[in-house]
Design a protein around this ligand. Structure first.
Ligand SMILES: [Zn+2]
Length: 262
């Protein structure tokens, strides 16, 4: 049997770091040959991966679901670390929604001025993904995008499905309210990493526990890891696990937690 994909929750909190958790982001092993892949990189991400003993030098692909600060805010620190602390020479591929390069390069300029123009001793490449398109990963896997419902145009937030060369697939909701793209991303995967920002609506363009109770049966996926948790969701986890979601194996994310997916 092929090696499992191993997912580490680097951060499981929302934008306001509810309950002291890091911004929602994930490290995957077993998708790229000899390198890690991350989904999102908020302000707390670099501290998160280092506190878990993960090496940012080993990050080969960084995929963004959308361009909100709690999903991209740590990017300048990753570049600083690569340039000054690690002397990175290995390439880093950044994949994200339309406008990803412009947004991240302006973030670098805002945070560190001329650093954005400094020559980089490693190859940094940006790749835009639109809903319906896929990015081919080194080693034979892929990142497939579908439309999330979280921001207004010109922003094009994404749900992502990440498939390893052995066929194991994990979907990431990013931030979204319930929409077709979310179900499309999850279809046929082994695990959906999905946001659950609140107990019930209204919660803006996010998902709530009450809605998951209604929608779970429509999901073509056996297992769900709920994340991006608001304070009141985190406080009631034991009770919510007791309620469960029809037909699904339910887990709640916490910083540092790891899961294996075959
Ligand atoms: Zn967001």
């Amino acid at each position: 049997m092929s090696d499992p994909v191993r997912l580490t929750v680097v951060g499981s909190g929302n934008a306001s770091n509810a309950a002291g958790r890091g911004h929602s982001c994930y490290w995957l092993e077993g998708v790229l040959p000899d390198a890690g892949l991350m989904v999102d990189f908020g302000g707390t991400a670099l501290a998160g991966i280092k506190s878990l003993g993960l090496d940012p030098q080993r990050l080969g692909v960084l995929a963004f679901t959308h361009l909100h600060g709690d999903h991209i805010g740590g990017y300048p620190f990753l570049v600083i670390d690569a340039l000054y602390d690690r002397g990175r020479t290995t390439p880093l591929q950044v994949v994200g929604p339309v406008g990803v390069e412009e947004r991240l390069e302006s973030l670098l300029r805002v945070c560190y001025g001329s650093l954005a123009e400094k020559e980089r001793p490693f190859r940094l490449s940006y790749h835009e993904l639109s809903p319906g398109n896929a990015f081919a990963l080194p080693g034979g896997g892929s990142i497939q995008a579908s439309a999330a419902d979280h921001q207004d145009p010109p922003e094009v937030p994404l749900c992502l499905r990440i498939t390893a060369a052995n066929g194991s697939a994990i979907a990431f909701s990013g931030d979204t309210r319930f929409c077709d793209g979310l179900f499309e991303a999850a279809r046929g995967t082994r695990l959906l990493v999905a946001e659950c920002s609140a107990l019930e609506p209204p919660c803006g363009r996010h998902c709530s526990w009450l809605e998951w109770r209604e929608q779970a049966a429509s999901l073509d996926c056996p297992r769900i890891l709920l994340t991006h948790l608001g304070e009141e969701v985190r406080a009631r986890i034991p009770e919510l696990l007791g309620e469960g979601l029809a037909g699904l194996e339910v887990e709640f994310a916490d910083d540092g937690r790891t899961l294996e997916v075959r």
